[in-house]
Structures are given as C-alpha cells and as structure tokens.
Ligand binder design. Structure first.
Ligand SMILES: [Zn+2]
Length: 342
C-alpha cells in the first residue's frame, strides 16, 4: 500500500508546520534570554565580528604565503582557523554556563525538534524516518476508524460493573496486564493473548491498549483476523501488486504494535497458515509486540493452527482468560428496555 500524492503532501506540510512552530518558539526563547541576560546577547553578537577578523587573518596569511619567494613558499598556515574554532567553543561553553547560572537548562536555546532523529524533515538520508512511517501507517490502515473506537473505548471508560464473581476476577487480571503492557511498552517485550467467550471485553481491552500507544506516538496496526488475512490473500495473488504486498508485510512485521482481533473467525488454508506463522515468528524475532484476541480456547487454537504457530503463542504470549455473559447483548437488552447502560 502506498500513499496518494495528496496524503504524502499533507504529511510533508505537517513537517513544515512543525519546523515553523519550533522556530517561533526558539525565537521567543531567544528574545526572553536577551531581555533577561544581556551578557548572553553580547557574547552572541561578538561571534560575527570575530568571524570577520579570523577570515581576514586567514586571507592575509594565505596571500603572504603566495607572495613569499619560491623556495620559502609553504602552505598557508591553519593556525588562524583552529584558533577561531577554539574561541568559538569557549564562547559556546560560556553561553551555556550563563544559561545554567540563571536557572535555565543548558540546551534552552538549542534548536527544538519534535523528532530529533530526522530534525523534523521526515527523512534520514533517503529513508523515511520512523516518525514518517508512523503517520503513513496511520493513514494507510485507516486509523481514523481506530481513533473513533478509541474515543469511546479506553481505560477511562472501562467499567467493571458488567462482571461479577470469577468473571470479575479474570477481567481485573487482564485489565491490569493491559495497563502494565502500555506502561512498560518499549522497555519490556511482551505479547498478550486474550481468550474467552464472546462479548466479554477482549476487543475492548485491545482498543484501550491501542489508544494508549497511539497517544504516545507509536505505530499501531489494528486488524480483525478476517480483514488481515483477506488483505494478505488479495495482495499476494495479484502479481501487479508485488511491491504493495512486500510493503504491507514489512509494515505488519515492523510496526510497534500489531493487534489481531477475533482470531479464529477467518478462513484458513495452507497459504494463510504459512503467512500467519511468518508474521508471528518475525515479530517475535524483531521483539515487536502483538496482542491477539480470540474466542477459541487453547485446545481449539492448537487444533486449528499448525504446531509451530501454537507453540510460539503458547510459549511467548501471556494468556488471559475472559468469561461472563455477552456485554454487547446485555447492553442491547438494557437499551430495549429504555435503560441506558452504565
Ligand atoms: Zn523523525
């Protein structure tokens, strides 16, 4: 999948807006420091004067070498240039000391970047930066839909009142794991398997996780199993779309978090099984986190998927069981009776 020209342009426009915003902020900070620490300003203004003086010395050294009689002629000395560099370093250090002694951070007047890696250009050489890829993924995989879901389904709207007894204990365990998962994300490599009966909060918790990670600017791809495998099949069998297929797999293998919802509802065949194994395995090798939700029990998972898929999931995913009556059904019944669900 690739971006349309408009989509690409709008991402680039975002970078130029970020650069403008950060430049303005830096100008504002500089004006503040000039007003509060006049000495800082004098130091800064001495730089162009010294630069001109150094340039003059370098030029006159060069022309003296040029005019010297042939046997005495030598390469122009590098001394004026290195002397200038040393003085510049002294001034930079003095400026930092001034900032710190006035209660500012030493880097207060350094250039400001949202993404220091690409300096808000979106590119590292001719490669797209991770911050560009995150936006690209968000557009390509229709995350406006995910964002809509996340607006209603997040840790703040999570309710325990749908559960009781053993079901509640299970749900609390899973919810605590989901929270810990987002808090430790990027530091600890974890994968989650939410399994259990229909409508007991598995997808809800998956969306909560997605919402948290989108908030912290991670690349998240969310697919229902049916949608995911349909997409893989459609792209792989269309030879005109070879490149798109490769890009799609590289997004699936490389995004920070992949969520596969409702595993087990898709049609499987040998090709899909192989693709599924590669996906699970590749993400484990790259230490990329995956969250899977399914209505299948462990036994059903083992029966439905190949041994190697099952063994990866059983050994590398933390498994949480969900149980209870179907919440979606309970909500519908309440709505029919004119009662709003809590
Ligand atoms: Zn970047």
């Amino acid at each position: 999948m690739s971006l349309s020209k408009d989509q690409y342009d709008s991402i680039l426009l975002g970078y130029s807006r970020r650069q403008d915003r950060n430049r303005h902020e830096l100008d504002r900070r500089r004006a503040e420091i000039y007003a509060r620490i006049p000495e800082y300003r004098s130091l800064e203004e001495s730089v162009p004067v010294m630069g001109m003086q150094a340039l003059r010395r370098i030029l006159s050294a060069a022309s003296a070498a040029e005019e010297a009689p042939q046997p005495l002629r030598s390469a122009p000395s590098a001394a004026p240039a290195s002397d200038f560099a040393a003085r510049m370093a002294d001034i930079a250090a003095a400026k930092r000391r001034l900032l710190v002694s006035n209660g500012y951070a030493a880097d207060y007047l350094d250039p400001i970047y949202d993404c220091p890696d690409c300096r808000d250009t979106g590119y590292l050489g001719d490669r797209k930066c991770h911050c560009f890829r995150r936006q690209e993924i968000s557009i390509l995989y229709d995350q406006s839909h995910l964002s809509e879901l996340a607006a209603a389904q997040n840790f703040d709207t999570l309710r325990e009142s749908w559960y009781s007894g053993e079901d509640l204990i299970r749900f609390r365990k899973a919810a605590a794991a989901a929270r810990a998962f987002t808090e430790e994300f990027g530091r600890v490599h974890r994968n989650l398997l939410f399994h259990g009966t229909v409508g007991t909060g598995k997808s809800f918790l998956s969306v909560c996780i997605a919402q948290k990670l989108l908030e912290t600017r991670h690349s998240v791809i969310y697919f229902s199993a049916v949608g995911l495998f349909d997409h893989i099949s459609a792209l792989s069998f269309d030879y005109r779309n070879r490149e798109q297929f490769t890009d799609f797999l590289s997004d699936l293998y490389g995004c920070d978090l992949l969520i596969i919802d409702d595993l087990g509802t898709e049609m499987t065949n040998a090709f899909i099984s192989t693709q599924f194994f590669s996906l699970i395995n590749e993400r484990l090798l790259r230490e990329k986190a995956t969250v899977i939700s399914t209505n299948l029990s462990h036994r059903e998972l083992r029966d439905r998927y190949t041994d190697r898929v099952f063994s990866r999931i059983a050994s590398r995913y933390e498994s949480y069981e969900f149980s209870g009556t179907d919440i979606r059904l309970q909500k519908k019944i309440l709505e029919k009776r004119g009662l709003s669900p809590v």
